[in-house]
Write a protein that binds this ligand. Structure first.
Ligand SMILES: Cc1cc2nc3c(=O)[nH]c(=O)nc-3n(C[C@H](O)[C@H](O)[C@H](O)COP(=O)(O)O)c2cc1C
Length: 223
């Protein structure tokens, strides 16, 4: 598959078939992740792929708890009708995947001086994000669906305990992966003019980006 096709056609998948993901495929996904650009080529990341059934079941429960906390406590715009849709998605198997990859920043070997710690941590998160995107695109290329679960961060302690992860590693996200049980339609993007500008001349008036408008749709990730 062309890179362009993977980028344009990929979409988040949140319902999966139970078919296991082959060990060789898992290695290909992780290979894609570790080949991402990363700050200093320091590769301050760590990936834990979870195939084992009992662990997956418990992890999914934690992810659902995290998602409910996110919707009920963090989000400003969720009403009871929406929560009914969410509960129905949960009972239909939302986020239940044959493979999860937990992605960590590894802060044990910092490259920069102490006063640049915050800067380095932000660089590491950017590097980890590049790795995740590589993994998502490679999964799509291999006919697999995936979803980037940022809500996992809300339950970092529980997930680290579950996986037996030591100090020094910071959970950034969990990726759920598997054959898609259903492929929703592509979620719309804002127009280029709204979110970008090409600078063609040095005679620039001061400018600021146009104000953000309301989301195009209620951005509820359950399909
Ligand atoms: C940093 C980040 C965190 C995300 N966290 C979640 C999440 O916790 N749950 C979820 O269902 N989707 C999550 N997503 C997926 C987004 O909802 C999704 O990418 C977005 O709605 C655009 O849809 P698309 O991926 O199908 O193009 C996350 C994506 C990113 C980049």
């Amino acid at each position: 598959m062309e890179v362009k096709e993977a980028i344009l056609e990929r979409r988040s998948i949140r319902f999966f078939k139970p078919d296991p993901v082959e060990e060789g495929t898992i290695r290909e996904l992780l290979e894609a992740a570790i080949n991402a650009p990363n700050a200093n080529n320091a590769q301050q990341w760590y990936f834990v792929a979870i195939k084992e059934e009992g662990l997956r079941k418990r992890l999914r429960e934690i992810l659902i708890e995290a998602y409910l906390e996110y919707l009920q406590k963090a989000r400003k715009d969720i009403d009871e009708k929406t929560m009914e849709r969410v509960r129905s998605a949960i009972s239909s198997g939302l986020y239940d995947a044959p493979l999860y990859v937990a992605v960590f920043s590894d802060l044990r070997n910092m490259m920069l001086r102490e006063e640049y710690k915050d800067f380095e941590e932000r660089m590491i998160v950017q590097s980890v994000s590049a790795a995740i995107q590589n993994l998502l695109l490679r999964a799509w290329d291999l006919g697999l669906g995936s979803v980037w679960l940022g809500v996992a961060k809300l339950k970092e302690g529980e997930i680290k305990d579950l996986l037996g992860i030591s100090e020094g590693l910071t959970l950034e996200a969990v990726i759920a992966i598997g054959k898609p049980a259903k492929i929703g339609k592509k979620r719309p993007r804002k127009g280029l003019e709204e979110v970008s500008k090409i600078i063609r001349s040095l005679a620039l008036p001061p400018f600021s980006p146009p104000p953000q408008r309301e989301p195009l749709e209620l951005s509820l990730p359950i399909s």
